[in-house]
Design a protein around this ligand. Structure first.
Ligand code: SF4
Length: 70
C-alpha cells in the first residue's frame, strides 16, 4: 500500500459513492465521513471552531484556511 493511499480519508468504494472529487479534505485531519448507509457526506469538524468553514464543505475543496495534514 502506498503512502498516498494510507493518508486518504476515503477508500475507492467511498470515493465512488460520493460521486465528486474531494480535493484537500481527503488529506485533512478535520474531515470526517458521515455514512447513513444510503448517503455518504463529508463533514468538517473544524467548522465548530472556525466560522469561516462550512460544516459540509462544497466539494472539491481546492484551498482552505483550516487545512491540517493527517
Ligand atoms: S478544514 Fe478545510 S480541508 Fe479540512 S476538512 Fe475542513 S473544509 Fe476540508
Amino acid at each position: 500500500m502506498s503512502q498516498k493511499r494510507e493518508l486518504s480519508l476515503l477508500d475507492e468504494e467511498q470515493r465512488r459513492r460520493l460521486g465528486v472529487a474531494v480535493g484537500l479534505c481527503d488529506r485533512c485531519a478535520h474531515a470526517v465521513l458521515a455514512d447513513s448507509g444510503r448517503s455518504l457526506f463529508l463533514r468538517c469538524e473544524q467548522s465548530r471552531n472556525d466560522t469561516r468553514l462550512r460544516r459540509y464543505p462544497v466539494l472539491p475543496v481546492q484551498r482552505c484556511v483550516g487545512y491540517e495534514a493527517r
